[in-house]
Design a protein around this ligand. Structure first.
Ligand SMILES: Cc1cc2nc3c(=O)[nH]c(=O)nc-3n(C[C@H](O)[C@H](O)[C@H](O)COP(=O)(O)O)c2cc1C
Length: 401
């Protein structure tokens, strides 16, 4: 082993399920112990068909837990997750993924995970048909939305002598996920973070409005990541069907005016504010009391200027580290740099919304700009990955400033 990330004293709770890849967890456990981690293992009763608990208890020099009822103390599921800094479920079967989705707690592992307040990493491993099954995919999406972290399976040789997606992530990737989760765990502890996210709706009658294609997912991922790093997060969230992350205080808004008022109340005085919301620049001058009746005439809606939320936060910046977002379709960096200076921002993220990236997709392309001409291209990636990269970059900038 050349490049070893040491994990001295790190408390890892490993949940082993009844999948064929369970045997690989013996090697993973040994690698974690060699790095100095203290590993507690919970096995499902199905996992015991695949690998013996003696293997894990020998490697960890600790008892292995399999049942709610035979542990030495009375409430093992709570103690085990309270002592852990991170939980890894590997191999995660289709069955445990379904159980976690529905909050089922019918054995020690599911009960412990339901009580977890620490990051839970899930590493699925199963036949590709099980993995691709819409039920499994829907469950994975639900868990992702609730803040579970995934170490996605790889494409390769499966136990059924088929090839496809469903092979457990390599030991290196599993360890890397644990190391990265532990490293970033407390980097924002004690910081008050405010994030605005989502579209606004500017109504011109009780059921019709002008809006935009933002779903709020970028802000939601940033809020999730900040919370994972220990920040006290307030998410100002516009109308979206996406679920906000757990562990985050959510303040809902509908119109730009509502966001303006909420932002002055919640974001001013915070340590860090990131404004990702796609705020309408104009709103209809009038809002009819009842639904406008259809006529043969064209309809002209007079639009008036909305307050500029980001500029208002810039004017009241104080010691807040203020980051704006600029969704641009052309002359990206020039427009963004102009905004950066005019609105007194510490940094601005340029978001290219020209083609399929940006609004309403899982993928984005971001560049962070600051100072006179400093730039950090964060690349094209899933929004959850970009949230990690953006927070790393913001933390670096804050240390330098
Ligand atoms: C030989 C064998 C291999 C299996 N491999 C897997 C697997 O890799 N992934 C999976 O999701 N289920 C697999 N299963 C099915 C699970 O063992 C079964 O769904 C079980 O209920 C899972 O229980 P648990 O999630 O509580 O551990 C396998 C079953 C057998 C008999």
């Amino acid at each position: 082993m050349d490049r070893i990330d040491p994990l001295p004293g790190a408390r890892v709770l490993l949940g082993v399920c009844g999948g064929i890849a369970a045997y690989k967890m013996a090697s993973l456990t040994s690698a974690l112990v060699q790095r100095g981690a203290i590993v507690d293992v919970i096995m499902t009763s199905e996992a015991e068909h695949f690998v013996g608990s003696l293997t894990f208890s020998s490697l960890t020099a600790r008892p292995v837990y399999a049942s709610l009822w035979d542990a030495p103390e009375r409430i093992p599921h709570i103690r085990l997750v309270r002592e852990a800094q991170v939980v890894l479920v590997a191999p995660a079967t289709a069955n445990i993924i379904a159980k976690l989705t529905h909050g089922i707690a019918d054995d020690l592992l599911t009960t412990a995970i339901l009580a977890a307040r620490v990051p839970v990493l899930v590493a699925p491993a199963m036949n590709s048909a099980m993995y691709d099954n819409p039920a499994t995919q829907a469950n994975l999406a639900t868990l992702r939305g609730r803040g579970y972290h995934f170490v996605d399976p790889e494409r390769g040789f499966l136990a059924e002598r088929e090839s496809g997606v469903g092979r457990l992530a390599s030991e290196e990737r599993l360890i890397d996920a644990i190391v990265r989760t532990l490293k970033r765990r407390q980097s924002l502890a004690g910081k008050r973070v405010a994030i605005t996210a989502g579209p606004t709706r500017e109504a011109f009658d009780p059921i019709r409005f002008v809006s935009n294609a933002s779903t709020g997912s970028t802000g939601i991922e940033l809020a999730r990541e900040a919370s994972l790093r220990g920040a006290d997060v307030t998410l100002l969230l516009g109308p979206t069907l996406l679920e906000p992350p757990s562990g985050v205080r959510v303040v809902r808004f509908t119109s730009a005016q509502e966001l303006y008022e909420a932002a002055l109340r919640e974001a001013v005085g915070s340590d860090i504010t990131i404004a990702t919301a796609a705020v309408a620049d104009w709103r209809p001058a009038d809002r009819a009391e009842s639904k406008l009746k259809k006529t043969d005439e064209d309809l002209t809606v007079q639009m008036v200027r909305n307050p500029d939320v980001l500029a208002a936060l810039g004017e009241r910046k104080g010691s807040t580290f203020l980051v704006g977002f600029a969704a641009e379709t052309d002359e990206h960096e020039a427009h963004a740099r102009e905004k950066l200076a005019r609105k007194h921002l510490d940094a601005i993220v340029v978001n290219d919304v020209r083609d399929e990236h940006g609004f309403g997709t899982g993928v984005n392309t971001l560049t962070l700009l600051w100072g006179e001409d400093e730039r950090n291209p964060l690349g094209t990636a899933a929004k959850s990955q970009l949230a990690v990269r953006l927070w790393d970059a913001i933390e670096d900038l804050m240390q330098c400033s």
